[in-house]
Design a protein around this ligand. Structure first.
Ligand SMILES: [Zn+2]
Length: 146
């Protein structure tokens, strides 16, 4: 279905969807900080000891699968066609923390490289904008029916 034809409820769901609420991200549970202050996470469905964000997210992806944050392509494992990406690139001071890590397909990761996300303009952002556009259009049609 084309994004422009989405029903308002579908558009609403896209606008309010937050990637942190989805697997594999929600499989991560912060348990403690290391002696150096690094947050450590357990992964639901695994008995592995607590580990730092990047290692925990890789394990969660291997266990639960996931989608590319940028193009929404689905993947099963990090090693196949998926990697972890720093939304704010490390070269620009982006840190190795969960809030700065997303799953990316190798194509998107390579295309984005060290670009800031607003310059890269991922498809996920485009989908979100089109969903807002569809919702506004549907609401304008409701108003004009009165
Ligand atoms: Zn991708």
């Amino acid at each position: 279905m084309k994004a422009e034809q989405r029903r308002p409820a579908e558009a609403e769901a896209i606008i309010h969807r937050h990637w942190r609420e989805e697997l594999p991200y929600r499989a991560l549970v912060h348990v403690k900080d290391s002696a150096h202050g690094t947050p450590l996470y357990m992964v639901a469905g695994s008995s592995e000891p607590a580990r730092k964000a990047s290692k925990a997210l890789k394990l969660a992806l291997e266990l639960h699968g996931g989608r590319c944050f940028y193009c929404q392509a689905k993947g099963e494992t990090v090693s196949a066609h998926f990697t972890l990406d720093h939304v704010e690139p490390k070269r620009r001071g982006g840190r190795d923390l969960l809030r700065n890590l997303v799953i990316a397909c190798t194509h998107c990761n390579r295309s984005k490289a060290a670009l800031p996300v607003e310059v890269f303009q991922p498809n996920a952002g485009r989908e979100w904008l089109l969903a807002i556009q569809a919702l506004i259009k549907a609401r304008l049609e409701l108003i004009s029916e009165d």
